[in-house]
Design a protein around this ligand. Sequence first.
Ligand SMILES: Cc1cc2nc3c(=O)[nH]c(=O)nc-3n(C[C@H](O)[C@H](O)[C@H](O)COP(=O)(O)OP(=O)(O)OC[C@H]3O[C@@H](n4cnc5c(N)ncnc54)[C@H](O)[C@@H]3O)c2cc1C
Length: 229
Amino acid sequence: MQARLIRSREIASEVRHFEFEAVGVDRLDFVPGQFVSLTAEVEGKPITRAYSLASAPNGTNRFELCLNRVEGGKLSPRIFAIRPGETIAMSAPLGTFTLREPARDSILIATGTGITPFRAYLQAFLAKGEPQFTLLLGARYETHLLYRQEFEAMAQQHPQFRFWPTLSRPEPTWSGRSGHVQAHLVEAIDGRMDVDFYLCGLAQMVDDVRAMLKDMGFDRKQIRSEKYD
Ligand SMILES: Cc1cc2nc3c(=O)[nH]c(=O)nc-3n(C[C@H](O)[C@H](O)[C@H](O)COP(=O)(O)OP(=O)(O)OC[C@H]3O[C@@H](n4cnc5c(N)ncnc54)[C@H](O)[C@@H]3O)c2cc1C
């Protein structure tokens, strides 16, 4: 299958939001949390990388991605260079980083572009009125809180959604949470054991949070994670 770029826009330094359409199909069916693999030839060799779907399924062939350009990386700089109307090879949606069924109150923990599958979850499930979601989003700087306005608007509209951004290198003007996502975990859990956890981003954060949750006595079935590196 091929994906054709419709448009893309910078949402933070070296981070872009992409809108694609799957060529030759009327609709792209997937479950929020799944990814597609994109493939391009780089220096004579096919290079394939996975990218989480950033939008909920919408009954059309359109879908969204969010990428950061990895310095010296093989494929991500190539995807940043795609112009509207150009195509790239893609797989069908894959993966099991999806909301457990039946869904329980959930704590979503992301750093960087690890926010991507959670944007799809929230688009798909907030309108249902349950479960309760807490999104703990970590970034170094305020400018790297990806999709911040969208999440703030969702939190205003949906009382069952809490948006907790936290900055590890805040400017003096920042009055919100600071430190890594790990620093806010206990407060987000608030003594409950009947919650599920979804962790997404680089391995260091995912491994660290998973170990903390294990130490707190959570069952491994309550923890789903996706590592990007
Ligand atoms: C299931 C899954 C879903 C993913 N979804 C996304 C997504 O939605 N958005 C996204 O931007 N990436 C996502 N990734 C990461 C993506 O697949 C690539 O690894 C990333 O784009 C780097 O590829 P590259 O060819 O440019 O760099 P490479 O040439 O493969 O690697 C360069 C180096 O950068 C490291 N690296 C990999 N990913 C990152 C990263 N995100 N930030 C910093 N360093 C990194 C690698 O460990 C490697 O050491 C996902 C990965 C997986 C496994």
